[in-house]
Design a protein around this ligand. Structure first.
Ligand code: SAM
Length: 289
């Protein structure tokens, strides 16, 4: 376990406990599972996710030159980008020093930077002497782990120039419960926020900040409550609440300004041939920890 310096903001003291478990080496090992996937398995794995499909469509169409990933963990999305979209430069930031260390060891050519959850995204980027505006911002499974996710969403939008793609969790019915004490997940021997956004509220928060944008959401319904050590509001254990893993694309420069599309799109796990699976197992056993 590593220590994390959490800024000078007095509110940060209470906040720190919701973020400290990301420093655990277990997080780095867990999220490094993809590192033993063969390249073609990795591509299939990422492309089974709606957020990557959304992002890919745009990357192929618009050929941007810079992408920022927020919450890059151990850098496997960097590998995916190098394999599939080598054109845009890639920069990843994360608060987990353990995960970043692993990313840097595996991919010395990658640009991975530490950020501090007590500072805003813009401050973190500035502190690392990185640009504070990015053509494309991508963030997978990070927003719902924030103590103040709507403020974090505003920060993500604030640093995005053309497109923000994120993956998070939504519910069709019932309000967003923002109190992490009532909506959290037990991970790496500690609790972290796990906020399930009412889908209309989420759209509203985006539109309030960028009224002219186009928003596309791909919703993959599943019951979220009780799975994966999640301690969620009771309704999230019921199918009728309509909880989902949801990919969101916010297009800041679009010909379809103000258009919002919510599309149900089921995700299926990638299927890998048996030979690849055996090789993957062997590599997994050999993988350094
Ligand atoms: C659930 S993991 C997802 C990792 C990776 N995006 C993926 O999907 O494989 C969340 C990651 O976000 C990082 N994180 C959490 N809060 C963050 C913040 N405020 N800024 C940057 N990274 C953050 C964590 O350290 C962790 O590596």
């Amino acid at each position: 376990m590593r220590s994390l310096t959490v800024g000078t903001d007095p509110a940060a003291a209470g906040k720190e406990r919701w973020y400290s478990d990301w420093q655990n080496d277990e997080h780095a090992s867990h999220f490094d599972g993809r590192s033993s996937l063969l390249n073609r398995m990795l591509v299939r794995n990422y492309e089974s996710f709606n957020d990557v499909r959304l992002l890919n469509d745009y990357l192929v169409r618009s050929r941007p030159t810079h992408l920022l990933e927020v919450g890059c963990a151990t850098g496997e999305f960097y590998r995916y980008m190098r394999l599939k979209h080598p054109r845009p430069s890639y920069t990843g930031i994360d608060i987990s020093l353990a995960a970043l260390e692993r990313a840097r060891q595996k991919y010395p050519a990658g640009h991975f930077f530490a950020s501090d959850p007590a500072m805003s995204l813009e401050e973190n980027l500035g502190r690392q002497r990185l640009p504070t505006r990015w053509e494309i911002v991508y963030t997978k499974d990070v927003l719902h782990h924030q103590t103040d996710p709507f403020s974090f969403l505003a920060q993500l939008l604030g640093v995005s120039l053309r497109l923000l793609v994120l993956r998070t969790r939504t519910r069709d019915r019932g309000p967003t419960v923002l109190d992490p004490e009532s909506s959290c997940q037990y991970h790496y021997r500690g609790w972290m926020p796990y906020i399930v956004f009412n889908i209309e509220e989420l759209i509203d928060q985006i539109r309030r900040r960028i009224p002219d944008c186009e928003v596309i959401l791909y919703r993959n319904h599943m019951v979220l409550g009780g799975v994966g050590n999640r301690f969620l509001p009771k309704e999230c254990y019921l199918p009728e609440t309509g909880t989902a893993e949801t990919a969101v694309g916010v297009f800041l420069e679009s010909d379809h300004r103000q258009r919002v599309q919510v599309i149900d799109r089921e995700e299926r796990s990638a299927h890998h041939p048996i030979g690849e699976r055996i090789l993957h197992r062997l590599l997994g056993m050999l993988r350094w920890r």
